[in-house]
Design a protein around this ligand. Structure first.
Ligand SMILES: [Zn+2]
Length: 333
């Protein structure tokens, strides 16, 4: 009896805050599924977004350590408009969130390996936010002090100030610190730099990934492609994990992400039509494309891509090793 009381108290304590961000929530509720499994249900404001979370308590307990270790990063990712999704890519807003979705969400948070990646990311975020808020014209932007470091995937306000000052010193932005906010305006050099990064992607640290998005292929991304890219300072971008603008179709999104990328990795395993299109579009934009294919699927490839040098692999680990060698020789050289 005593043991059960303790368990209930613990959970009630946890449920007063958002399980993923630690933000205080008012209207939380504990409900049960038809099978009697406990769920924690609440609404929380994260930046511009209102999220309706329904979290499976058992699955939350299983991932609690992972969540605690990554709380800032999870908060950042949610603030940047990313969502928990299920195996069929449905956004889990107001729907039950279980183990796999939590694990998948955490694994897809971008990792910035060094200060220059962080700086680039902050710069692009500032420019894109400024451009989005004012449509095509970049006008001064207000970045509030409290917690806005999370928007940039940073750990503290001090860190944020340091990076903003650096961008200011590099004359990429003009930044003024007010009592409760920063006001940030673009500079001529900044706009040029932004166009360089986004129009042609030559200085970008993004790599566009064209591949099958079937659930059983996720492991290829998680254990092969993504770690190979991040080991060399690139962020692997899967378009199904990017939040589109409200007026943007999926095709617009694909095209804008390819433009922003330095290079592409096209995996022909399963012969998805989209992969052929995206590789072709990338090539047309003058991007370098790395072609990969699982050994079981190579024989069935379209004749016209068989002429390209294709990395053939046997496992995600094998793919990772071969990709690192290929990126070093073909992209970084
Ligand atoms: Zn569950």
């Amino acid at each position: 009896m005593l043991k059960e009381d303790v368990t209930i108290n613990d959970t009630t304590e946890i449920a007063k805050k958002c399980l993923f961000t630690g933000i205080k929530v008012k209207d939380y509720d504990r409900v049960k599924t038809n099978e009697g499994k406990p769920l924690i249900k609440y609404k929380v404001e994260i930046g511009h977004y209102t999220k309706h979370f329904i979290v499976c308590e058992k699955c939350f307990e299983k991932t609690k350590n992972l969540i605690d270790k990554n709380q800032n990063a999870i908060h950042s990712h949610l603030l940047n408009g990313f969502n928990f999704i299920d195996e069929d890519k449905n956004i889990l807003d107001g729907k039950e969130i279980h183990y796999k979705s939590i694990e998948n969400f955490i694994q897809t948070i971008p990792i910035f390996k060094n200060p220059s990646d962080i700086l680039n990311n902050i710069f692009i975020k500032i420019m894109e936010t400024g451009l989005k808020e004012h449509k095509k014209y970049f006008l001064p932007l207000f970045i509030k002090n409290s917690q806005s470091y999370l928007l940039f995937y940073l750990n503290s306000s001090d860190e944020k100030e340091l990076y903003l000052e650096t961008l200011h010193e590099k004359k990429l932005i003009s930044c003024t610190k007010l009592a409760t906010a920063f006001t940030i305006a673009p500079t001529y050099q900044g706009l040029i730099k932004y166009l360089e990064i986004t129009d042609e992607g030559t200085k970008s640290n993004r790599c566009f990934i064209a591949m099958s998005f079937d659930e059983d292929d996720l492991i290829l991304f998680q254990k092969g492609i993504s770690p190979a890219c991040s080991e060399l300072g690139f962020n692997a971008i899967r378009v199904d994990q990017v939040h589109p603008e409200s007026d943007q179709t999926i095709n617009d999104l694909i095209i804008s992400e390819i433009k922003k990328s330095k290079f592409l990795i096209s995996d022909f395993t399963k012969h998805k039509n989209g992969v052929y299109f995206e590789a072709g579009y990338g090539l047309g934009r003058g991007k370098k494309v790395i072609y990969t294919c699982h050994e079981d699927y190579f024989d069935k490839l379209h004749f016209d891509v068989k002429h390209f040098p294709i990395l053939i692999y046997s496992s995600p680990e094998d793919l990772k090793k071969k990709l690192i060698a290929k990126i070093e020789a073909f992209i970084l050289d």
